[in-house]
Design a protein around this ligand. Structure first.
Ligand code: CP
Length: 329
């Protein structure tokens, strides 16, 4: 059992809309006010990663340093985990050294396994653990994306039509972004559409959560199986690939290779979207996969804003989770 006295940031669904809005507002305030040096003063963090990362690793290192804390990066393969030390012992030891732990680990071979490991780390470390991407969620990315939408569209951001679409990529990726973003969209009352081809359905638990929250918050959540139909009247089109959750790797490759042309975002989709619609992606991306170079490099692309906002969103999260925001002092 995860200790409920410890504030983790493992899944968007663990938070209320007010708590998440407060984190976003604090992140946005810190982005503009630059008055943020004391929130993590004297605190030590570990970044425990088993997978490559550019944005998540660097933005967390910078956010922690800019808030007055310090951090070290640990590649799981370099720890005694590689000599069969248990994840529970590793987490318990790290919990004695550190004040907080940022964890990225996923393995796309068996859906749900990485989440179990994340929970085991949170249970045994007894310090705040932040999910930096597992095989079910990418809550920090979703928060940065929402902060970007708020920044671009202003207070009425939740009235704009945002489309998140499955898009072809050669590499099999976690469904973390769609799960976390649709949960957040439901909580914040967004006008949110998810497009995906047959075979790439998301997990029902996340769909049910998002639908229920959208009902309560007055948001709209639509699921469609046709990309062009989804893009009509869109104010933002977010391309994101994910693995077919119930398929073997071979079945997944077969499925995705057959639909590559129909499910790559290109200029045609922006021709039917609203004028000035934004293109979004969490990166990394390869031009020609998920979206064409013409779209990725167009003036409507806000992918670098999303990447930059990882720092600011995570500052809001860290300050609230570590109980050191000004409201808590
Ligand atoms: N979007 C994202 O999580 O990027 P990295 O894999 O580079 O951290």
């Amino acid at each position: 059992m995860v200790n409920s006295e410890v504030k983790n940031f493992l899944d968007i669904r663990d938070f209320s809309s007010t708590e998440l809005e407060n984190m976003l507002d604090l992140g946005l305030k810190m982005k503009t006010a630059m008055d943020d040096t004391e929130y993590l003063k004297g605190l030590s963090f570990g970044l425990l990663f088993s997978q490559a990362s550019t944005r998540t690793r660097i933005s967390f290192e910078l956010a922690i340093r800019q808030l007055g804390g310090c951090s070290d990066y640990y590649n799981m393969a370099d720890l005694q985990l590689s000599n069969q030390e248990s994840i529970a012992d590793t987490a318990a030891v790290l919990g004695r050294y550190l004040d907080g732990l940022v964890v990225r680990q996923y393995d796309m071979n068996k859906y749900g396994q990485a989440r179990d490991v994340l929970l085991e780390i949170a249970e045994n470390s007894n310090i705040p653990v932040i999910n930096a991407l597992d095989d079910q969620g990418h809550p920090c990315q979703a928060m940065a994306d929402m902060l970007t939408l708020k920044e671009k569209f202003g207070e009425e951001f939740n009235k704009r039509k945002v489309v998140l679409t499955w898009a072809y990529a050669e590499r099999r990726k976690s469904p973390g972004v769609p799960h976390s973003l649709m949960s957040l969209a439901g909580l914040l009352g967004m006008n949110f559409t998810i497009a995906y081809p047959d075979g790439f359905e998301l997990e029902q638990e996340y769909i049910d959560f998002a639908k229920n929250k959208a009902k309560e918050s007055g948001g709209t959540l639509e699921f469609v199986n046709e990309l062009e139909a989804a893009c009509e009247g869109a104010d933002a089109i977010y391309a994101k690939s994910w693995k077919a959750l119930d398929a073997t790797n071979e079945q997944d490759s077969e499925l995705r290779n057959a639909i590559r042309t129909d499910w790559t975002v290109d200029k045609r989709h922006f021709d039917i979207a609203n004028k000035n619609a934004y293109f979004m992606n969490c990166m990394p991306l390869i031009r020609g996969q998920q979206a064409t170079a013409e779209v990725v490099d167009s003036p409507r692309s806000i992918i670098l804003d999303q990447a930059e906002n990882r720092i600011h969103a995570q500052k809001g999260i860290l300050a609230k989770i570590m109980g050191r925001s000004r409201d808590d002092r």
